[in-house]
Design a protein around this ligand. Structure first.
Ligand code: CA
Length: 670
């Protein structure tokens, strides 16, 4: 399974169920040093635990009279507290508690059943690329069956509890609730937030638990197996989570949103805590702060990896939804939702025609139609006909109003021939450094046509536990862009021209890829059919200048023509791509090592090649003129010549294109 993790199926209303899936595979390269000092507690001691809990709760809360009347009899007070929460009607949650009229058919998936049944036997599912692993009769929460740290980190998100909750809700079989309660107490007891349990207390996991545990609370509270002891331990741990999250704040990262979300969900779900207002005020402050810091004016989240972008939409949105349900929406200005709406446009603008993603950075292509359910929800939320069109694959709503989109701050550009599934579409990236989930790939692009991604991005393969292969997939030279001596490029992007028109889209970007070499890439989308790409490398660098291409994997080998400098894919069914760089002295076509990863920890070979020339220091420019043409059946024959009047004028580029005997002139003057 791709590294996309199903969160709870959240019931935003009784009628509308939306599947929220978010990519949560975050690199941890940072260590926290500011773990708060906490009193070590004696778990299993209900009296002491209850006394501690009561000291954390506001005594004046309506309905809590009997709890505090019994404060000298902690066990009785704990029983009264459970009654209080079961009868409480003042707090609403995205996931409502059981009620008799709820239909719970198909609430849990087949996968949930498998995960939950395994969890009963302490065979826990963590990072989904790895098989579930037995963690001992007496659970070892520091179990590490694979070298990838993602396993241990994600173990402490306890996604399998979410599955147990869904299966319990559907089947009402007490064995799931009973075992979950035992595991919860065991986890709390064995994982205090201290130096030796850092793996359990990265702030991201604490934030994720803060959110998902409130949903577990909704699912299990009414179970006969949910004892006063579980309630007291659960609430004390909620308190510890919120207090801890107050001390950590990863600004400008998706982590900051999960931290804030965890805090907000605890605070809103349990306003009885003395510090609840403090927590939620801080959580709202952070979310309002981060939406300004993390989202570019073009709507893309700053880490520039599409899965995280979508995750961020969910993290911004869910707290707003919960706040609305509990009359706290005035904590968010109208601009907050407007920004989320702009974020929601991004997968529509940059998505490939079949709904998969261009997998730039730590992103995965995913499956066709994967965003449809989201767009259905967003279409309702924002009354958007174009979102409805995407959601229904054109059956309802209206086409987006353009076929070309520029996200200039994030440096992402999309040109397509239309909105049908077989449309030709090219998405190019030339943006700023987005941090650890971003790769030094400026200038690269993904081409999709006839329902096939003809030049998929290599992807990211793995996060942790295999540094060599993680580095391989990040390299500039395994992207469809220009390199100097095969070295990784830097991020220094500029947009020089964006001119979409009916018959010709023109995009010109430049990246100061190396200190002494800038890469200018001009992309011409001609008649909405094929692309001419002109690469120019300016500067006094000397060495091997190459432009690289990578094709889709498949059993049919790509066909190389070293005489004519062309390469084409050779799929017997469907669409292919033709790549041909115009001849020039000294240019060499070379096969390269190609790999692509569509799923975490899985990779496969694919065709890759480059055109190279040797640049001398005194050469003002190295230049490639390349045709990239998707086709069905017979490849188009296209020849291109640069016809600039003044070759020293960098601001202009004019081309003569000869296609099947017909000649046309295109170009620009910046
Ligand atoms: Ca990549």
């Amino acid at each position: 399974m791709i590294p996309e993790v199903a969160f709870f199926n959240v019931l935003f209303t009784r009628k509308v169920r939306i599947l929220i899936t978010s990519v949560l595979f975050c690199i941890s390269t940072y260590a926290y040093t500011n773990t708060p000092s906490q009193e070590r507690k004696e778990y299993g001691n209900l009296e002491k635990e209850t006394m501690l809990l009561l000291s954390r709760i506001e005594p004046g809360v309506a309905g809590m009279g009997k709890v505090f009347q019994n404060k000298n009899y902690p066990e009785k007070a704990a029983e009264e507290l459970l009654i209080y929460f079961r009868e409480r009607k003042t707090v609403r949650h995205l996931v409502e508690r059981f009620s008799a009229e709820d239909s719970t058919r198909n609430y849990a998936t087949k996968n949930d059943f498998s995960i939950a049944n395994n969890a009963l036997k302490h065979i826990f599912a963590s990072q989904s690329a790895y098989p579930p692993s037995f963690c001992g009769d007496d659970i070892d929460w520091d179990s590490r069956p694979v070298p990838d740290n993602e396993w241990i980190w994600q173990l402490h998100r306890m996604y399998f509890w979410n599955s147990m909750a869904r299966v319990y809700r559907q089947t009402r079989d007490e064995k799931y609730a009973r075992e979950w309660g035992i595991q919860l107490l065991d986890w709390i007891k064995k994982n205090p937030n201290d130096e030796s349990h850092k793996y359990a207390w990265r702030s991201i996991e604490a934030g994720i638990r803060g959110y998902s545990w409130t949903i577990l609370f909704q699912h299990f509270l009414d179970s006969p197996s949910f004892t006063p002891e579980i309630l007291v331990a659960f609430l004390n741990s909620f308190y510890d989570h919120a207090e801890y999250l107050m001390t950590v704040y990863r600004s400008k990262s998706n982590w900051g949103l999960m931290e804030a979300e965890g805090m907000a969900f605890i605070a809103i779900t349990f306003p009885e805590f003395k510090d609840a207002v403090k927590w939620r005020t801080e959580a709202f402050r952070r979310l309002n702060n981060e939406i300004n810091l993390q989202v570019y004016p073009d709507g893309h989240q700053r880490e520039l990896a599409i899965g995280y972008h979508i995750g961020c939409i969910n993290w911004f949105l869910r707290t707003l939804e919960l706040a609305k349900m509990n009359q706290l929406e005035n904590m968010f200005p109208p601009s907050y939702l407007k920004t989320i709406e702009l974020m929601c446009e991004v997968p529509m603008k940059l998505g490939l025609p079949d709904g998969t993603n261009a997998q730039f950075g730590d992103a995965w292509a995913g499956r066709p139609g994967q965003h449809n359910n989201r767009y259905l929800e967003w279409a309702k939320m924002f009354s958007r006909n174009d979102f409805l069109y995407i959601a229904t694959e054109g059956k309802q709503g209206s086409k987006p109003d353009s076929t070309a989109f520029a996200l200039p701050q994030s440096g992402l550009y999309s040109m397509r021939s239309g909105w049908d599934k077989n449309a030709t579409c090219l998405v190019l990236k030339c943006g700023p450094n987005g941090g650890g989930h971003c790769q030094p790939d400026n200038g690269t692009f993904t081409l999709h046509a006839g329902g096939r991604t003809l030049t998929p991005d290599a992807g990211s393969y793995i996060y942790s536990g295999d540094a060599e292969n993680r580095a391989w997939f990040r390299q500039t030279k395994v992207h469809q862009t220009l390199t100097l001596n095969g070295e990784n490029s830097q991020y220094a992007p500029k947009l020089l021209l964006w001119k979409p028109e009916e018959k010709l889209d023109v995009l010109v970007v430049e990246n100061q890829s190396y200190e002494n070499l800038a890469h200018r890439r001009s992309v011409f989308f001609i008649d909405k059919k094929y692309f001419v790409i002109v690469d120019q490398a300016f500067g006094d660098a000397a060495g091997d200048v190459n432009i690289h291409f990578q094709l889709a994997p498949g059993k049919e080998e790509a066909i190389y023509d070293h005489v004519n400098n062309s390469v084409h894919s050779n799929f017997s069914e469907g669409w292919n791509v033709w790549v041909e760089s115009m001849p020039q002295p000294g240019m060499e076509l070379k096969e390269e090592l190609g790999q692509v990863s569509f799923e975490y920890t899985k990779k496969e070979p694919r065709p890759a090649f480059s055109y190279g020339i040797k640049k001398k220091q005194e050469d003002a420019e190295a230049r490639f003129v390349t045709v990239v043409a998707p086709y069905l059946g017979k490849a188009p024959r296209v020849q291109v010549k640069v016809i600039n009047g003044n070759l020293l004028n960098r601001n202009e580029l004019y081309l003569e294109i000869i296609e099947n005997g017909e000649t046309k002139k295109i170009g620009y003057n910046l």
